[in-house]
Design a protein around this ligand. Sequence first.
Ligand code: 13P
Length: 134
Amino acid sequence: MIAAPRIALIAHDRKKDDMIALAGEYAAFLRRCTLTATGTTGGRLISELGLAVDCKHSGPLGGDLQIGALLVEDRIDAVIFLRDPMTPQPHEPDINALVRACDVHNVACATNVATAHLVLSQLRDNGPALNEEV
Ligand SMILES: O=C(CO)COP(=O)(O)O
């Protein structure tokens, strides 16, 4: 049996509605996954979609770094990180650290909805083999 994918879900404030819409589309699949999220994003996924989510701190309070630490320990298969490219964020260094950690450890990181569809449909249809050698 293929293990349930472990997915991190993160969205900046102006991207949270997009995240809820995206997660709603994949809700049946996401219910079979192990989900982690930054605090406010996770709270909305729980309250609006009824997903089971391990909520870390809010992004500006270190949540991105907590998720980065998990993926460094090989405990995350993919990150869906809907960043807001139009709004400066006080925790920009944390955001960059998380995306860099994805690159260092070859963990799939979708930073927009189009890529998120590719990653989520791949995981749903083929399991968490995104960062294995092909
Ligand atoms: O700021 C974030 C990611 O950088 C998201 O944090 P929240 O989900 O707590 O809003």
